[in-house]
Ligand binder design. Structure first.
Ligand SMILES: NC(=O)c1ccc[n+]([C@@H]2O[C@H](COP(=O)([O-])OP(=O)(O)OC[C@H]3O[C@@H](n4cnc5c(N)ncnc54)[C@H](O)[C@@H]3O)[C@@H](O)[C@H]2O)c1
Length: 238
């Protein structure tokens, strides 16, 4: 029996790219995977609840629907996101700033809010929030996206400390550049330059990120999660 057999997982943005690969990996490992996305996944093994992560009523409906059907939520992958390629702060497109923050940062926070309410009742659960390399290093023409992804990382550290005593683990993943439809929304010279920045000489595949997420979702990861977060941002395993 696989490590994730019978676990119930919600993956926001689970109908494309990294989220889709994550749903497929979780299903392969024995879990029930629910894609919470604006669009349905083209894979009948994945359950679907139409969800907009910027809409609190939509998120409440998601949690209620999944709990009514499966009675628990063991895993949350708060992955839904959009990107941007915009001029710098002097020419800030304020509407774009707000939209990216709403989806990429507040969307993660609100998804966590409603799912973790259920995990608190269970006194168990594993949350994996989606950050990015662009939340760690600077990149040209990335304003709200970089701020949102850095915000997700430190928000996740704070929640890890807050909820560790209740048996709820929080982790964030911060991938480099990954071969998904998201990159196709960027100018081609930008995507060409991404490959040059990857030490392995190619983009990552979504399945590679999904493997890490599946590990963090599993009880095998509990030795390195729910841990003490050091002041320098590092982890001390417990
Ligand atoms: N592709 C990369 O290089 C890369 C690198 C690091 C981090 N990421 C992050 O990984 C996550 C997934 O990106 P991807 O590359 O797989 O992109 P993608 O465009 O293939 O998938 C994103 C999914 O999110 C969904 N989505 C968008 N807005 C939503 C909303 N308001 N509510 C619900 N669902 C919504 C979309 O419908 C889509 O299915 C994002 O958070 C992204 O920032 C991507």
């Amino acid at each position: 029996m696989s490590e994730l057999t019978g676990k119930v997982a919600i993956v926001t943005g689970g109908s494309s790219g990294i989220g889709l690969a994550t749903c497929q990996r979780l299903v392969k490992d024995g879990a029930i995977a629910v894609s919470a996305d604006l669009e349905a996944p083209e894979d009948s093994r994945i359950k679907f609840v139409k969800t907009d992560v910027t809409d609190q009523r939509s998120l409440q409906n998601l949690v209620e629907t999944v709990v009514r059907q499966y009675h628990q939520i063991d895993i949350l992958v708060a992955n839904a996101g959009i990107t941007e390629h915009k001029a710098g702060v002097a020419d800030l497109d304020v509407a774009n700033w707000q939209r990216v923050i709403d989806v990429d940062l507040t969307g993660v926070v609100l998804t966590d809010k409603y799912v973790v309410q259920q995990m608190v009742k269970q006194q168990s659960g594993s949350v994996i929030n989606m950050s990015s390399i662009l939340g760690v290093v600077g990149a040209a023409n990335s304003q709200a996206y970089s701020a949102a992804k850095a915000g997700v990382a430190n928000f996740t550290r704070s929640q890890a400390v807050t909820y560790a005593p209740q048996g709820i683990r929080f982790n964030a993943v911060a991938p480099g550049y990954v071969n998904t439809p998201l990159l196709q929304t960027l100018p081609s010279d930008v995507t060409d330059s991404m490959v040059a920045k990857m030490p392995v000489g190619r983009l990552a595949e979504p399945s590679e990120i999904a493997s890490v997420i599946a590990f963090l979702a599993s009880d095998d990861a509990s030795i390195v999660t729910g841990a003490v977060i050091n002041a320098d941002g590092g982890y001390t395993a417990q």
